[in-house]
Design a protein around this ligand. Sequence first.
Ligand SMILES: Cc1cc2nc3c(=O)[nH]c(=O)nc-3n(C[C@H](O)[C@H](O)[C@H](O)COP(=O)(O)OP(=O)(O)OC[C@H]3O[C@@H](n4cnc5c(N)ncnc54)[C@H](O)[C@@H]3O)c2cc1C
Ligand code: FES
Ligand code: FES
Length: 506
Amino acid sequence: MWRAQFEPNLTRMTQTTPFHRPESQPLRFWRNGQLVSLSNVPPGQTLLNLLRETLRSCDTKEGCAAGDCGACTVVIGRPGPDGLTHEAVNSCIRPAHAIDGLALWTAADLAQPNGQLHPVQEAMVQAHGSQCGFCTPGFVMSLFALYQRTTALGHTPNDDDIHEALSGNLCRCTGYRPIVQAARQLRPQDGPGWRIDTEAIRACLQALPARDNAHAHYALPQTLDELLQLRSARPGARLIAGATDAGLELTQQLKSWDSVIDLTRVPELRRVESHVHHIAIGAAVSLQQAFDALSADRPNVHPFGARFAGWPVRQSGTLAGNIANGSPIGDSMPLLLALGASLVLMRWHDGVRAEREVLLSDFYTGYRKTLLAPDEVLAFVQVPRPVSGEWLGVYKVAKRQEDDISAVCLALHMVVRSGHLIGVRIGVGGVAATPVRALKTEAVLEGQEDTPQVWAKAMQTLASEFNPLSDLRASSEYRRQVLANLLERAWIERRGHHFAHLEDVQ
Ligand SMILES: Cc1cc2nc3c(=O)[nH]c(=O)nc-3n(C[C@H](O)[C@H](O)[C@H](O)COP(=O)(O)OP(=O)(O)OC[C@H]3O[C@@H](n4cnc5c(N)ncnc54)[C@H](O)[C@@H]3O)c2cc1C
Ligand code: FES
Ligand code: FES
């Protein structure tokens, strides 16, 4: 059994060997009290593969190799203005070089040298949170990230924090109750003895010499200009952000990457800018931060955002990556189409930055095809701020509540003035080759009185506006019917009636 798990990884290691190049830059990271520096790490080697095959650190497990199960979860520490931020990430789809200049913890790094378990490990033992143990290192690491974000700072995590932190981990054996119970046992007084000297780690990482990105197979540009210049010089390189989509090429399609440009270190793109009429979300802002920013203006985006993947994917993946990836069942696009979002595309041209702004509704040209030129980068997503009288409804229908791709998605934006519907925009996903606006249905509603007859006609129109595919997630007929039902739901909610939401059920 053990060999069967192990052998495919050995094969994969051999497949990536030809990409060892002398000019590849050393991979440097902090782990377990020291700086690790490794040479000849191929640009497409995953962090999990590096841990298990190169470093023989087999405490981190491979379950699905697709970001779905959380068995491979590790924690990375990112230096920031306030010390280190701790992110739980799926090491199976994260390129190893993406942690250059960061700190890393796996389950093997938590206990004291004398064997004393970390409070999250001890709590798992006490609550009987482990049975076969395969998922356990992943759960422990998700709990460790939660501990660092809450308990170590003197806060006790509540049940919402706990469920959110564990939303990317699957367990087949214990059920989740004992694991949640373990998390509930974490108390701030556990903290001091386990405090990590984040200042020392940050100082150590910030003293590292800069990477020579011009010659690196895995480039981590540090400014927007450097990113655009590299993109212009290497339009064929694999551009990545969180790699939560792109990383699947390595593990599911067994592709290899010769040259990678990772945009996540560009400070200009790690910001959410607040303007009078819009917010601008940088391409390196995580999905979680992007949904937080969108929810600040429109609180009902929050439960919708919480259904996007699980916590580790929302920490790593980006809004711009979701849009650029262009999946017809991508979740953020129906919402952004309904909100009238636009995109800022940038490139390096004649020695200067050039940019153009396009509406998201014009961005897709076909199935997974966009207006992006090979040398262009999607730099910012611009989302208009709410206007007075605005109403927004946004819905995702999927087989599971958490960590699942939608079968159908619908977002409705409108402004109700003097009993009339104006500014109607309906974004839909899962019913066409690209995320789209339901223009025919919008036309039925636009400028009309807010009456049951108008809405009935709109539902009828929406049910026949698209001709969706039948696939493993849903049949064509189901998708059409659900789409119309979601519009009906929006209409009923807008009249002040409340539905029971699954997320409200305790
Ligand atoms: C377990 C799991 C669950 C998921 N659940 C969901 C879900 O519920 N809903 C959903 O919609 N998606 C889901 N996804 C898909 C994925 O997480 C999202 O699409 C995410 O937003 C991708 O962002 P990223 O930064 O990881 O993109 P990457 O994987 O880094 O890149 C994706 C693509 O976009 C391109 N790209 C990235 N950034 C830019 C840029 N700034 N400019 C130009 N091109 C760019 C890349 O070249 C690549 O082709 C899930 C994925 C996993 C693994
Ligand atoms: S192995 Fe399943 S998420 Fe990585
Ligand atoms: S303890 Fe067996 S999968 Fe979780």
